[in-house]
Design a protein around this ligand. Structure first.
Ligand SMILES: [Zn+2]
Length: 299
């Protein structure tokens, strides 16, 4: 039978640790750690910022709890067990709101306000920027959606107004009066009225010539103001007799006063004139009536 391979004696093992021991082999009490522990702790101190206790233990050939004791003995800033920090510790900074110094928590290293109330009380460029970004985003989405509809031949009321060279409110009136059918649709949070290609074709063929005829020459260009009123009077003309004729709602004295005031103070607006004449004559006169008086200076 082979004798077992000889192993270092207990005394030799003790000598290897470098610690003093008495004749009986007991370790002597000492305030300084043994040289091998000091050497290990130097390594621990070097590795600790980058590695966990278990990793250091594996590397140096010691159990993790031993390394943990070294960390404690070295007075290193002890970490909770678990995954290491991905990012460096946040640094102390001044609060953007009130200027007081604070250190953000590790989970919010970019925090700019020291507290939530402070952040709420301070509308920041960041908040405004985010709002702007969102608006841009909605606008972009709406444009993409409308472009898709356009590709299929659909137009929004806005686009249809541009095509017909009228205002969008004119198109709204056509829709309200049933001359034009439109589908209401919310696109990227905004309400739109969508006109189908067939409806557009029908409108252009049936309604549009009628509207042009009714609105007089030059429509829709140069349409508005005095020109529109002239035409509306002409178009109402056939009804005048049937309705019992035109009876002005103001007196001759009021009309005269309006003209006198306008001559003396040419910069006065219709609203002001109406108000002044109402006050002076103690009889109401409207802005429209003032306009009517001023548009017929020879009466
Ligand atoms: Zn603050």
């Amino acid at each position: 039978m082979m004798p077992p391979a000889s192993r270092p004696t207990l005394a030799a093992q003790r000598d290897a640790t470098g610690r003093a021991h008495d004749a009986a082999g007991r370790f002597m009490r000492t305030s300084d750690p043994a040289p091998h522990i000091t050497a290990r702790r130097t390594e621990v101190a070097r590795l600790y910022p980058e590695k966990t206790c278990a990793e250091i233990g594996a590397e140096l050939g010691w159990a993790a709890p031993t390394i943990w004791q070294d960390v404690k003995a070295l007075g290193l800033d002890r970490r909770r067990p678990g995954a290491r920090r991905k990012y460096p510790e946040p640094e102390e900074r001044a609060c953007v709101g009130c200027g007081s110094l604070f250190t953000p928590p590790s989970w919010a290293p970019d925090q700019r306000f020291h507290s939530i109330p402070c952040a709420r009380a301070t509308p920041t460029e960041r908040v405004r920027h985010r709002a702007r970004e969102l608006r841009t985003e909605w606008r972009r989405r709406a444009e993409a959606e409308i472009a898709k509809l356009n590709a299929a031949g659909f137009l929004t009321a806005h686009q249809f107004a541009a095509e017909r060279k009228v205002t969008e409110s004119t198109v709204s009136q056509w829709i309200a009066r049933g001359l034009l059918k439109a589908e209401r649709r919310v696109i990227a949070r905004e309400p739109h009225r969508i006109i189908a290609p067939e409806e557009r074709e029908r409108f252009n063929a049936e309604e549009w010539p009628r509207i042009c005829k009714r609105m007089g020459p030059g429509f829709p260009e140069n349409w508005g103001g005095e020109r529109r009123r002239t035409w509306s009077r002409r178009l109402r003309a056939p009804l005048v007799g049937q309705l019992g004729g035109h009876r002005p709602g103001y007196t001759d004295a009021q009309a005269q006063l309006v003209r006198q005031l306008k001559t003396k103070f040419p910069t006065l607006g219709r609203a002001t004139l109406a108000h002044m004449v109402t006050e002076i004559t103690k009889r109401p006169i409207t802005e429209k009536q003032v306009r009517s008086i001023l548009s017929n200076p020879h009466k």
